[in-house]
Design a protein around this ligand. Sequence first.
Ligand SMILES: [Zn+2]
Ligand SMILES: [Zn+2]
Length: 144
Amino acid sequence: MENHRLQEALQSLKSTKVRMTPQRHAILEFLFDAKTHPTADDIYKALEGKFPNMSVATVYNNLRVFKEAGLVRELTYGDSSSRFDSNTTDHYHVICEDCGKIVDFHYPGLDEVETLAEHVTNFKVKHHRMEIYGTCPECQKHKH
Ligand SMILES: [Zn+2]
Ligand SMILES: [Zn+2]
């Protein structure tokens, strides 16, 4: 299934005339395999052995291309450590406060919260983000 999504992403990149390079392919593949919402640095560290000439800037540039093509979402946290999500459907996140891992979970969209926010504030609401914080199973094990 993941591989199917990767194939679709590769296909849609092709249609936007983005040139496929081995590095670009590897970065995209890593993103679609990763379930942890990696940072650009995580991706760089995972692939630098395979591509010794690749820089963090290359990773960033590729992520920007993927983002513009609508293949990944960027989750910003107000600092430089943006995380990248290859799941562009609506979903929520649980974040481990110890290791920073981000895990997807699905819950019906809280549309009524958006409607209420619009009524109360007169904002034109576009979207919302909800995050649950805690300690992941691996980190719980390390603590005991
Ligand atoms: Zn953890
Ligand atoms: Zn996600």
